[in-house]
Design a protein around this ligand. Structure first.
Ligand SMILES: Cc1ncc(COP(=O)(O)O)c(C=O)c1O
Length: 410
C-alpha cells in the first residue's frame, strides 16, 4: 500500500475507489506481491533444490491457490477439505503435502486414496498406517524436536508440551513400527511454529533432522516447515530468508552428500507469502468518546480478523480517507458483542464516522479464520492482479447464514 498524492493505493488503484466498488468490509490481496514473495523464497534457497508448499490454511481462497500453483508453488494442507480445494484448482497429487493432526484414521486413508504425500504426526496413526499399508504406500514423519521457538507459546508447535509431531525422544518406538510393518519413510518433517526470526533455530532443527535422517534410507525430501516472520510494524525483526536459505541450503547439501543421494528441501510458508499482501478494509461506523478512551468502532471485528484477540497480534491500522488529519489516539474495535479490540491506543489521523481504515498484514490467517459469529456476514475478498481488481469471493448473504439450517416442526 502506497500513499501517492494523498491517495492510498495498491498497484495504482485507489483504495477508496475499491471500497466504493466492492463495499466494506472486504479483504484485499495484492497478487503480484504474493508472487514476488514466492520468487524471493526461491531465490533465497537457490543453493539447493527447494520445493515451496504454501500452507493453505493461511489463505484458502481458490483464486489465490490457483495463482500460487501457476507460479510454481506446491501446497501443504491440514485437512482433507483443504486437499480437495487444492486438487480442484489443479495441484497434482504429488504437489500436495497432507499434514493432519488428531484426525480420524479414515481421513488419512482418504488422503492415500487421493495419492497425496502423507505426513503422520502420532504413533497410533503410524501403527495403523503400517498395519494397513505396510510397504505399499510411503509416508513422511512429523517430528517434535522439543524446541520452544516463535512469536509466543500459542503459535509455538515444536515444544515438549505441544500436541504436534512425534517426539524425537520416541524415535525407538518409531523405528520399531517402521521395522515391524516395513514402512517406507520418504520424508521427515519439523514445523516448530510461527514468527521465528533466528536462522539458528532452523539450523538447530536441521541438525536434529539430519541426525535422525540417517536411520531412514528411503528419504526423498526433508521438510523444514515454516515460521518465517514478516514485519507487522516498522522496525520489526524479520526472518532473514537469504541468510537462512544460504546457510540451510549449504548444510542440507553437505548432509545429502554424506547421506548418499540428493534430497529435496521442502518449506511450507504461510505468512511469508500472503501476510503483507493482504489488507482488511473497514468503515468507521461510530466514534465514541468516554472519559478515558476514544473508540473507533468499525464494521468488522473478531469475526473477520481474530488474530489480535487470539494471539495478541499487532496489525497496523491506517486511516485512508483523512490522510492529512491531525493525529489522535484511538482504540479500534469491532461491532461484535464481545471485546473485539483490533488495536489499542493507536495514533491515527483523526478518525471521523464514515472514514475508511485499512488493517495491514491481513493476508494470512485473516479470512481463513473468519466466522459468522453474531450472525454477521463474512466479508468479500478482492484480488488485484496486474493492476486489475477482481472479486474472488462474494460477501455472505442471509442465504449463507441459513443454508444448512433445518427448520423442524415444533
Ligand atoms: C504444518 C504447518 N506448516 C506450515 C505452517 C505455516 O506457518 P507460517 O504461516 O508461520 O509460515 C503452519 C502454520 O501453522 C503449519 O502448521
Amino acid at each position: 500500500m502506497e500513499l501517492i498524492d494523498g491517495i492510498y493505493q495498491v498497484q495504482g488503484l485507489a483504495l477508496t475507489e475499491l471500497a466504493k466498488e466492492f463495499g466494506t468490509p472486504f479483504y484485499l490481496y495484492d497478487g503480484n506481491k504474493i508472487v514476488n514473495q514466492l520468487q524471493n523464497l526461491k531465490n533465497a534457497f537457490s543453493e539447493t533444490q527447494v520445493k515451496v508448499k504454501f500452507a493453505a490454511k493461511a489463505l484458502t481462497n481458490i483464486s489465490i491457490l490457483k495463482l500460487l500453483k501457476k507460479h510454481g508453488s506446491g501446497v501443504d494442507v491440514v485437512s482433507i477439505q483443504e486437499a480437495y480445494l487444492a486438487l480442484g484448482v489443479g495441484f497434482e497429487k504429488n504437489e500436495i503435502m497432507f499434514t493432519p493432526n488428531c484426525v480420524d484414521f479414515s481421513e488419512i486413508c482418504e488422503g492415500v486414496e487421493l495419492g497425496l504425500n502423507i505426513n503422520l504426526d502420532n504413533l497410533s496413526a503410524l501403527e495403523k498406517f503400517g498395519k494397513k499399508y505396510g510397504s505399499t504406500y510411503p509416508c513422511c514423519i512429523r517430528l517434535n524436536p522439543h524446541i520452544l521457538a516463535g512469536g509466543n507459546y500459542k503459535i509455538s508447535t515444536g515444544h515438549g508440551n505441544s500436541k504436534f509431531g512425534i517426539s524425537v525422544y520416541q524415535l525407538p518406538q518409531i523405528m520399531q513400527l517402521v521395522e515391524v510393518h516395513k514402512l517406507v519413510i520418504n520424508g521427515l518433517h519439523i514445523h516448530t511454529g510461527s514468527e521465528i526470526t533466528e536462522t539458528e533455530v532452523f539450523l538447530k532443527m536441521a541438525e536434529i533432522l539430519f541426525g535422525v535422517a540417517r536411520d531412514f534410507p528411503a528419504l526423498k525430501f526433508i521438510d523444514f516447515g515454516s515460521g518465517f516472520k514478516v514485519a507487522y510494524k516498522e522496525g520489526d525483526h524479520v526472518t532473514n530468508i537469504y541468510d537462512l536459505g544460504l546457510n540451510l541450503g549449504k548444510k542440507f547439501k553437505e548432509f545429502y552428500r554424506s547421506y548418499g543421494k540428493q534430497l529435496e528441501l521442502w518449506i511450507e510458508p504461510g505468512k511469508y507469502l500472503v501476510s503483507e499482501a493482504g489488507y482488511l478494509l473497514v468503515n468507521t461506523n461510530v466514534v465514541k468518546t468516554t472519559p478515558s478512551v476514544t473508540f473507533a468502532g468499525v464494521d468488522s471485528g473478531l469475526n473477520h480478523l481474530i488474530r489480535p484477540m487470539m494471539y495478541d497480534a499487532y496489525h497496523e491500522i491506517v486511516n485512508i480517507t483523512n490522510t492529512k488529519g491531525s493525529q489522535k489516539i484511538y482504540t479500534v474495535v469491532g461491532n461484535i458483542c464481545e471485546t473485539d479490540t483490533l488495536g489499542v491506543d493507536r495514533k491515527l489521523n483523526e478518525v471521523r464516522e464514515g472514514d475508511l481504515l485499512a488493517i495491514k498484514n491481513a493476508g494470512a490467517y485473516g479470512y481463513s479464520m473468519a466466522s459468522n459469529y453474531n450472525s454477521r456476514f463474512r466479508p468479500a475478498e478482492v484480488l488485484i492482479w496486474s493492476g486489475k481488481a477482481q472479486l474472488i469471493r462474494k460477501r455472505d448473504t442471509m442465504d449463507d447464514l441459513l443454508r444448512n439450517q433445518v427448520v423442524v416442526d415444533i
